[in-house]
Design a protein around this ligand. Structure first.
Ligand SMILES: Nc1ncnc2c1ncn2[C@@H]1O[C@H](COP(=O)(O)OP(=O)(O)OP(=O)(O)O)[C@@H](O)[C@H]1O
Ligand SMILES: Nc1ccn([C@@H]2O[C@H](COP(=O)(O)O)[C@@H](O)[C@H]2O)c(=O)n1
Length: 666
C-alpha cells in the first residue's frame, strides 16, 4: 500500500492483463457477523483483508468470539446466539457495514440477556445518520442512547428490557438499506415467533437486501419477502453455520477495472476475475451502465471481459439507485463521453464516507470539467482540455480509486496531464493493494513516466537517497550499480578476466538478475551481500569501463522505467540512460567523508576495514569511473549539484523533494 501523502499518476494510454478482485466488503462483513452469531464453526474463504473487515474482526474478538486466520481464510467459532461478553466498547472506524449490523445485534442481545455496549468510530462516522435504525430498535423495546447527537453514533446499548415482537418492526428504507439489513441479520436471534419487518418509504439499494437474504439463506434462515415493504422471519429461525462459505469478489471494486477496460483495453479485453454473471452483488449491474456508455463486456460465471467498444463513450442518463457505490466510477467515465451524462438516484452519496456529490463535483472541476449537482444527482460534461490536478480524496477510498481513471486523459482529449491522488492510503478501507494492481495493468509512454536520476561517486549516499525518495513518492528504484556488480561477480565466479570485453559482455547480456523484496538474486541465488563486498565494487568499476558491457545492460535499465515513476541511482543515469529525465541530481561529498561513511557502514555490518584503505580504493574507483571513455562519471549538463558532506540524510532528501515539487504542475 502507498502510505504516503500523495501519489502522482503519469498520463496513461492503455491497459492489458488480468485482475483478481479482493473479496466483497459487503459480503465479508455480513458473513463475519452471521458466522459469529450462528451455531457452529464457519470457514470463510476469500475474506477481504482491509480496514473495514479488520474492525469487524477485532470487534468480534472483543465480544468474545474466537476466530483464526490463515491467508484469506478466516475460521469463526459461532457463539450460538449469545454474546460471551456482556460489556464492550467497540471502535468501528468508518465502517458502516460494521456499525449498523453490530448495533442491531448487540441491542437485541442487551435487551434479551442484559448488557452494556458502546459503539463508536472516526469523526465522520459520528456524522453519518443512524436515526432510522435507532428508532426501529427503540420501537422493538431496545434501550439505545445516542451519546453525542440524537440520531448519530456513538451509541450505547443497554439492557435487559422487554422486546415487543408481536407487532411489525418498522424501519425507513430511503436513507440506507443497511438499516434493514442490520435488522434482518439480528432478528433471527430472537425469532421465537414470526417477526415481521415493515419498510417505510421507497427502499433504496435493493440489491444489497438481496445479498442479505441470500446469505441468511446460506445460514439457514429463510426470510419471506412480500415485495420490498414486508419481510417475515419465520418462528424458530436460527442462524446455523453452512460449514464453508466463499466470499465473491468485490463488484464495486470491479467497476474501476470495467471502466479501465472500456477506456483503455484496446487490443484484447481486460479480464476481471471474482465476479461475473452469477454474482450476488447488485453492483455487478454497473456493467449495464458501462455497456450503455459503449463498453464491450462479456460475462462469464466468475469473470468479466471488458474492452473498448464505442469511442468516444456515449453520454448517458442513468438511475443509479441500485448501484450507489459503483456509480461514482460513471462520473469519471463521463469525462470521456461524447455528450453530458446525468446520474440520478444518488442521494445516499451525501451520507457516505464523505458528501460524495460535493466531493465529486469539486474534484472533477479541478480537472477542468463542467459539473452541475443537485440534492440527489450530478451532471458531468465531457472534458477535452484536461488540467493536471491534485485530487483530494476526503478519506474516501472510492474517491481515490475512481479518480485514478482520470490519468487516462491522453485518451480523452488533447495533451497529457499527470494526476495527483492525495492520501492514497485511504484505499485501505476496502482495497489496500488497489494502486499496485492498477499499475500492473496500465501502460504509459516511457517519456511520460518520470525519472529522478541520482548520479555521483561511490559512497556519496546515492542509494540511501534514492531509496528514501522512492519511498516518499511511491516510485520504483533502479540500483544500476548492482547490475555492474552482478556482472563482475558472475564473471569472477566463471573465472573470467574482468578486462576481457568479448567474454564479459555476453555474460552481462544474459544475467538472470532479479530484484525482490530489497534482495538481489542471480538465478535462485541470493547475492545481495556478496555484491556489496568492496572487491566486487572494484570489479564492477573494471567491467563498467567496457563499452560492450554498458551496451549489454542498457535495455535492461530502460525496462525499470515503469508507472508511476522511477528513481535511478548510478553514474550515467542522467547522461546516458535517461537523458530526458525531468530531474537529475549529481550527489557528491568529500572523499574523506565518503571513506568515513563507508567505514562506518562496514563496521556496522561486522566487516573489518581501515579508513586509509577505503579512501585509497574509492579514489581509485572515482578515477576509473571518471576517466573511462564509455559513459564516464560526470554531471549531466542539466543536473543539480548537491554536496552532502555537511548534510544529514534527511536534509538531502528534503532538498531533492523540494526540487521535485518545484517541477510538478500541481
Ligand atoms: N547525507 C549523509 N550523511 C551521512 N551519511 C550518509 C549520508 N548519505 C548517506 N550516508 C551513509 O553513507 C553510507 C553510504 O551510502 P550509500 O550506500 O547510499 O552510498 P552510495 O553512493 O549508494 O554508494 P555506492 O555507489 O558505493 O553504492 C551509508 O551508510 C549511508 O547511510
Ligand atoms: N550507472 C552505473 C552504476 C555503476 N557503475 C559502475 O559500477 C560500480 C559499482 O557501482 P555502485 O554504485 O554499486 O558502487 C561503480 O564504481 C561504477 O564503476 C557504472 O559505471 N554506472
Amino acid at each position: 500500500m502507498f502510505n504516503i501523502p500523495f501519489l502522482d499518476l503519469p498520463p496513461l494510454r492503455a491497459a492489458l492483463g488480468t485482475v483478481t478482485l479482493p473479496g466483497s466488503k459487503s459480503i465479508s462483513n455480513r458473513i463475519l457477523l452471521m458466522a459469529a452469531l450462528a451455531e457452529g464453526r464457519t470457514e470463510i474463504h476469500g475474506l477481504l483483508a482491509a480496514d473495514d473487515t479488520q474492525v469487524m474482526l477485532e470487534s468480534l474478538r472483543t465480544l468474545g468470539v474466537q476466530w483464526t486466520r490463515d491467508g484469506d481464510t478466516v475460521t469463526v467459532d459461532g457463539m450460538g446466539g449469545r454474546v460471551p461478553q456482556a460489556q464492550a466498547d467497540l471502535f468501528l472506524g468508518n465502517a458502516g457495514t460494521a456499525m449498523r449490523p453490530l448495533a442491531a445485534a448487540l441491542a437485541l442481545m442487551a435487551a434479551r440477556y442484559g448488557g452494556d455496549y458502546q459503539l463508536r468510530g472516526v469523526p465522520r462516522m459520528h456524522e453519518r445518520p443512524i436515526r432510522d435504525l435507532v428508532d426501529a430498535l427503540r420501537g422493538l423495546g431496545c434501550q439505545v442512547d445516542c451519546l453525542a447527537q440524537a440520531g448519530y453514533p456513538p451509541l450505547r446499548l443497554t439492557g435487559p428490557s422487554s422486546l415487543h415482537l408481536d407487532t411489525p418492526v418498522r424501519v425507513r428504507g430511503d436513507v440506507s438499506s443497511q438499516f434493514l439489513t442490520a435488522l434482518l441479520m439480528a432478528l433471527p436471534l430472537v425469532a421465537q415467533r414470526d417477526v415481521v419487518v415493515e419498510v417505510e418509504g421507497e427502499l433504496i439499494s435493493k440489491p444489497y437486501i438481496d445479498i442479505t437474504l441470500a446469505l441468511l439463506g446460506r445460514f439457514g434462515v429463510r426470510v419471506q419477502r412480500d415485495g420490498w415493504q414486508r419481510f417475515t422471519i419465520p418462528a424458530g429461525s436460527r442462524l446455523q453455520s453452512p460449514g464453508r462459505i466463499h466470499v465473491e469478489g468485490d463488484a464495486s471494486a470491479a467497476s474501476y477495472f470495467i471502466a479501465l477496460g472500456a477506456l483503455a483495453a484496446l487490443g484484447e479485453p481486460l479480464r476481471i476475475e471474482g465476479v461475473g454473471s452469477d454474482a450476488l452483488q447488485g453492483d455487478v449491474r454497473f456493467a449495464d451502465a458501462a455497456a450503455a456508455m459503449g463498453a464491450d463486456i462479456r460475462l462469464e460465471p466468475n469473470a468479466l471481459l471488458v474492452q473498448r467498444g464505442r469511442w468516444p463513450l456515449r453520454g448517458i442518463e442513468w438511475d443509479c439507485i441500485a448501484i450507489p457505490d459503483a456509480a461514482m466510477t460513471l462520473a469519471v467515465m463521463a469525462l470521456f463521453a461524447d455528450g453530458p451524462s446525468k446520474l440520478t438516484g444518488i442521494g445516499s452519496w451525501r451520507v457516505k464516507e464523505t458528501d460524495r456529490i460535493a466531493a465529486m463535483a469539486t474534484e472533477l472541476r479541478k480537472l477542468g470539467a463542467t459539473v452541475d449537482e443537485g440534492p440527489d444527482w450530478i451532471r458531468v460534461e465531457p472534458l477535452r482540455e484536461w488540467r493536471p490536478a491534485s485530487i483530494r480524496t476526503y478519506d474516501d477510498h472510492r474517491m481515490a480509486m475512481c479518480f485514478s481513471l482520470a490519468a487516462l486523459n491522453p485518451l480523452g482529449g488533447h495533451g497529457a496531464a499527470p494526476v495527483r491522488i492525495e492520501d492514497p492510503a485511504c484505499v485501505a478501507k476496502t482495497y489496500p493493494d488497489y494502486f499496485e494492481t492498477f499499475f500492473g495493468l496500465v501502460q504509459a509512454d516511457a517519456a511520460d513516466v518520470p525519472v529522478i536520476c541520482i548520479d555521483g561517486p561511490t559512497a556519496s549516499g546515492k542509494g540511501t537517497l534514492a531509496d528514501e525518495l522512492a519511498q516518499a513518492l511511491g516510485f520504483w528504484v533502479l540500483d544500476s550499480g548492482a547490475l555492474y556488480r552482478a556482472t563482475a561477480w558472475a564473471a569472477l565466479q566463471a573465472g573470467l578476466d574482468l578486462n576481457d570485453e568479448a567474454a564479459v559482455a555476453p555474460l552481462a547480456a544474459t544475467l538472470p538478475l532479479r530484484f525482490a523484496g530489497g534482495q538481489v538474486y542471480l538465478g535462485e541465488e541470493n547475492v545481495t551481500e556478496a555484491l556489496r563486498q568492496e572487491a566486487v565494487g572494484l570489479g564492477a568499476s573494471t567491467v563498467a569501463a567496457l563499452p560492450a558491457v554498458r551496451q549489454a545492460l542498457h535495455a535492461l535499465q530502460l525496462g525499470f522505467r515503469r508507472v508511476p515513476g522511477l528513481v535511478a541511482d548510478g553514474r550515467d543515469m542522467g547522461t546516458a540512460i535517461f537523458p530526458d529525465a525531468p530531474l537529475k541530481v549529481f550527489l557528491t561529498a568529500s572523499a574523506a567523508q565518503r571513506a568515513q561513511r563507508r567505514h562506518k557502514q562496514l563496521i556496522f555490518k561486522g566487516v573489518s576495514a581501515n579508513i586509509e584503505g577505503l579512501l585509497a580504493d574509492l579514489e581509485a574507483r572515482d578515477l576509473r569511473d571518471k576517466t573511462r571513455s564509455a559513459s564516464p562519471l560526470k554531471p549531466a549538463q542539466d543536473a543539480r549539484l548537491l554536496d552532502n558532506s555537511d548534510l544529514t540524510i534527511e536534509a538531502s532528501v528534503d532538498q531533492v523533494l523540494a526540487w521535485w515539487a518545484d517541477q510538478r504542475p500541481f
